[in-house]
Design a protein around this ligand. Structure first.
Ligand code: URA
Length: 447
């Protein structure tokens, strides 16, 4: 489909695209007859503004899913459970990284084929974080992905020319054209990847609040419902957790610093919020595989205390070519060599975060992309120890910015100043998990 103007004009008028139009458009992506990027961006922008019907959203999801190969469920033991988790995106949200090894350490029957994305808009991406580890490969052919999964029970992969290639193209364009926060585009993007994994179970972390794409609670509820509806219609048992995304999650934001926090969580030394979310999601995986709550709880505790979860993390990353020893040396040297700017509280009171600006502050320093061709600076990042509603005294440190001496901080600081306020009145932090959309369907136990 070389010329997208007829589809663009239909969407301008909020008309429905036919299944044939959507299928032809998706099939042409990445081929010689692909429309130019500027037309694709224009179509995305009109979809963003005018929306899509349920039928269009489902057709787009399916077309994007089948733009690449599907994981062959038959290559895995009959009693295996294929499970995965995906978040709609946040600032400092690194939960996928510790979750995978932790679950594998606590269960022998769960396999996690995790197809993930890079940074999107102001949010960080699992793949960029993994690629901050020297040598870590994240692009595989489906057959290679399956072999790795058979051997290690877990593998992280990006979209690739073989794995949801349509999402690879649209995702990169949405990232730099302000067209991320669209319900149909998010549903198609997430579920095209996850349905290609031939899953038995999918856990979705659907964010709401300042630093989420769907800031409004109701909008994020609609997104959670739509994601569940489409996943369940494809026979995947799907639970959606609606979680608050107001303050940056955990202690660090920034690709390589989030690897440090991942390791801290796996050693049982992580911050309370990221540790709790990782454990809550891991417990849900184990219970969905048939484990009772108490056994799940004790298995997770043992997986961390015995060091098994950490060992599996090291094994999986090294199987993907990642050199964690070098990564740890780089983190250590970043703390010594990078410049540090301490941002102090301008008054005493109680901190209220508005972390979306913190995400953009990170992008402004090279922690994310503004153009498709931008190279990420994996070493830069922030340390933020204060949690939402915490008491803070005037002059107390709110944030540390790690950056290069030659970088200007002007734009970053302008964003950082908008990323929190100090309130005079105390207030209590809302629960991290607001609601769970639990699937009534039980897993039948493998294929
Ligand atoms: N994660 C994705 O994979 N896609 C989106 O559109 C948003 C979050």
């Amino acid at each position: 489909m070389k010329d997208l103007r007829p589809l663009i004009e239909k969407k301008q008028k909020a008309e429905e695209l036919t299944a044939a139009e959507i299928n032809d458009f998706v099939k042409s992506l990445g081929t010689k007859s692909s429309p130019p990027d500027y037309q694709i961006a224009s179509l995305l922008a009109f979809i963003f503004c005018k929306g899509m019907s349920s039928r269009e959203t489902e057709t787009l999801t399916e077309a994007m899913r089948f733009s690449g190969a599907q994981l062959n469920r038959k290559k895995f033991p009959r009693d295996a459970f294929l499970m995965d988790k995906h978040s709609t995106g946040g600032v400092g949200d690194k939960i996928s990284l510790p979750l995978l090894p932790l679950v594998l350490a606590a269960s022998d029957s769960i396999y996690i084929p995790m197809i993930a994305g890079r940074g999107l808009g102001h949010t960080g991406g699992t793949i960029d974080k993994l690629e901050s580890i020297p040598g870590c490969r994240t692009e595989f052919r489906m057959s290679d992905f399956e072999k790795r999964l058979s051997k290690y029970r877990g593998c992280f992969s990006s979209q690739s020319p073989q794995i949801t290639p349509a999402d690879r193209i649209l995702y990169a364009l949405r990232d730099v054209t302000g067209t991320v926060a669209s319900l149909p585009l998010i549903v198609a993007s997430i579920l095209s990847k996850k349905l290609s994994e031939s899953l038995d179970y999918l856990l979705l972390d659907v964010k709401f609040g300042d630093a989420a794409f769907m800031q409004d609670y109701r909008e994020s509820e609609n997104l959670a419902q739509k994601l569940c509806e489409v996943a369940r219609s494809q026979k995947v048992v799907c639970d959606a957790y609606q979680t608050r995304m107001q303050s940056p999650l955990g202690e660090y934001s920034g690709n390589r610093l989030e690897i440090l926090e991942t390791e801290n969580i796996l050693k049982g030394e992580g911050p309370a919020d990221t540790t709790h979310l990782t454990l809550d999601f891991a417990r849900a995986f184990l219970m969905r595989s048939g484990m009772g709550e108490e056994t799940a709880e004790s298995s997770l505790k043992k997986a961390i205390q015995s060091g098994k979860a950490f060992e599996i993390w090291e094994k999986i990353i090294s199987s993907q070519g990642g050199d964690l020893s070098k990564c740890r040396r780089q983190i250590k040297s970043s703390f010594q060599k990078l410049k540090v700017k301490r941002v102090l509280a301008p008054s005493s009171g109680f901190i209220h975060w508005k972390a979306k600006s913190l995400g953009w502050a990170l992008v402004s320093l090279g922690g994310g992309r503004r153009q498709k061709s931008d190279q990420i600076r994996p070493e830069i990042g922030f340390q933020h120890r204060l949690t939402e509603g915490q008491r803070v005294e005037k002059g107390q440190e709110v944030l540390k910015i790690y950056y290069h001496a030659q970088q200007s901080l002007e734009e970053c600081l302008a964003f950082v100043r908008q990323s929190f306020e100090i309130r005079e009145q105390s207030f209590s932090e809302e629960a991290l998990i607001r609601k769970v959309f639990r699937d009534e369907q039980k897993l039948s136990g493998g294929n």
